[in-house]
Design a protein around this ligand. Sequence first.
Ligand code: CS2
Ligand code: MG
Length: 404
Amino acid sequence: MDVIEKVEVLVSSPSRNYVTLRLTTRDGIVGLGDATVNGRELSVAAYLRDHVGPLLIGRDPGRIEDTWQYLYRGVYWRRGPIGMAAIGAVDIALWDILGKRTGQPLYQLFGGRVRDRLATYRHAFGWDLPALLDQVDAHREAGFSNIRVQTGVPELDVVYGVTKDGPVYEPAGRSARPAEETWDAEAYLRYVPGVIEGVREQVGPGVNLLHDAHHRLTPIQAARLGKALEPVGLYWLEDVTPAEDQEALRLVRQHTTTPLAIGEVFNTIWDCQYLIENRLIDYIRAAVVHAGGISHIRKIFALAEVHGVQAAPHGPSDVSPISLAASIHLGVATHNFAIQEYMGYPDLVHEAFPHAWRVEDGHLQPGDEPGLGVTLTEDLHRAEDYEAAYLPVARRRDGTLTDW
Ligand code: CS2
Ligand code: MG
């Protein structure tokens, strides 16, 4: 029996912060896991270094499910983003080791392909309609037919997910404290439906359009938005209300046939259970890293399958190419996996995590390397490059803090 011999937690910043777990076995097999929680990187790193790592030494890397149960059920303090990302990283790394040991790409170990290629969606944003259309056109020219559209709001100075100038966007800004932004849901509701209608008019019916509201509306505002966007025929409307008020989505659903997606902040199947069993959503957006790794997210997808809900995991720049690899392998091998978000990465991130997965004809492919098919470029993972970076905080016009 092989055993886990070395546990390394790498905090690095090849242009943005990541936490990577590297397990090495006595036989010399290396498994990689992603443990990045945007804006809380050092907490997961400490959880892994101080509490999880020492427990892994000497364990059989082939006991993937038992290790998951040990790290989850064996601990009094369960759930939560930090602990679950740590468990997720271990689980992803153990699957990577299994793939390498057997010489198989992970999708083969999940039962083989159920589809030839995996649909993906890209991000387009612009402060106004012409700027947004430029990015939509660029994605279409590159062969993508699923596009998330986000726009500025003239009555506001900043809008999360949109820049006023420049085609590049990163959700977390480097600074010692989060930036503070002003948010006005009514101003947003007055403006955004018209812009998205403008995009639809321009692109015609053949392009799937998505939109993300980042948990910032009240239930009835969300219902209004869903209804207003019905003529556009959105692929989905994402995160309309705060994710913990799950009953809110019943109200939204009673008013609109616009498909609903939520779950990028969910950590376990129990966070998803109510929404899935009550069919209050159409797409579940949990990410492999944040929802306890491959073993656990497969159970979420299976529960979703029973209830006609489709899988569509989170895939922003803060989910590392390791997690994205795991998601793509699952994506080609899971029947109810609808689409994978691919926000894209700065060039340096691709260099820091050389990967077999690739974009091809507007779709994603996992590649055929054993395991995840991701390696690390050692000298781009330097601890000293880490710098605190935070998502912004939003307040209403009267100064009241608003939701994420
Ligand atoms: C967004 C993300 O990709 C998405 O759907 O909601 O940009 C999200 O805000 C960040 O990943 C937060 O870390
Ligand atoms: Mg989102």
